[in-house]
Write a protein that binds this ligand. Structure first.
Ligand SMILES: *[C@@H]1O[C@H](CO)[C@@H](O)[C@H](O)[C@H]1NC(C)=O
Ligand SMILES: *[C@@H]1O[C@H](CO)[C@@H](O)[C@H](O)[C@H]1NC(C)=O
Ligand SMILES: *[C@@H]1O[C@H](CO)[C@@H](O)[C@H](O)[C@H]1NC(C)=O
Length: 192
């Protein structure tokens, strides 16, 4: 009996929300409504490599801002306050010539004043092939350069709409002089 009452309440909420106007006149927001939460969600694991190359004539990551008076370059790529914008290929394997399955676009900033170099990583990793072609995941997280690197997945687009999860990062190649790195991603996400 109780179940039937709850179901009837949920149903009326669904009917109300579909029949009422979504926006209150003169405002930029709708009325907040109680909505039924889906009983199921999908879980997907992703595994790929991101190539973040600062060196050479065609870098995938470029310095766009730095503290006044700071020299940034080979040997000192990430002083506190340095900001880079990246457009990095995503591949199925660690080899840069392996199949490209997407691109990671965003920016990162060097955000530690201490002896623990840390980036703030903010990027949209979009996929261009297979089941998730056109979908992407959004990262926004502290990224400790050394040690266990876990970054938060805070959202997504396309098939990854409403995504939440985490990515474990492992540098399979890193050059402290140039700043070049190849990062292996193991991602776990829950999404619609
Ligand atoms: C940057 O540093 C130089 C040299 O110290 C100084 O002359 C200049 O005023 C600084 N610029 C800003 C915007 O602070
Ligand atoms: C990915 O989707 C785009 C846009 O729909 C399409 O043009 C492209 O051919 C697709 N790529 C693959 C590898 O399926
Ligand atoms: C890092 O890059 C420098 C400059 O290109 C190069 O001399 C050095 O061999 C590289 N180190 C590694 C471990 O690849």
């Amino acid at each position: 009996m109780e179940r039937i009452v709850i179901f009837a309440c949920l149903l009326s909420v669904v009917l109300m929300s579909s029949s009422s106007p979504t926006a209150v006149m003169g405002n930029y927001y709708s009325k907040s409504r109680v909505v039924p939460v889906p009983h199921t969600q999908k879980k997907t694991n992703l595994h790929f490599f991101m190539h973040d190359i600062l060196s050479g004539n065609n870098p995938s990551s470029v310095l766009v801002a730095k503290p006044n008076g700071t020299v940034v370059g080979e040997g000192n790529v990430g002083p506190f306050g340095a900001v880079y914008v990246f457009d990095d290929p995503l591949t199925v394997g660690p080899d840069p010539n392996s199949e490209v399955i997407g691109n990671g676009r965003g920016l990162y900033a060097s955000t530690s004043r201490g002896s623990d170099p840390t980036l703030l990583l903010n990027g949209d990793l979009g996929f261009t092939s297979g089941e998730f072609n056109g979908s992407s995941i959004s990262l926004f997280s502290r990224d400790p350069i050394f040690g266990v690197k876990e970054v938060a997945v805070v959202g997504g687009r396309g098939k990854f709409r409403m995504a939440q999860g985490f990515a474990l990062l492992n540098a399979v190649y890193a050059n402290a002089t140039t700043g070049d790195a190849i990062l292996e991603f193991h991602v776990t996400i829950f999404h619609q």
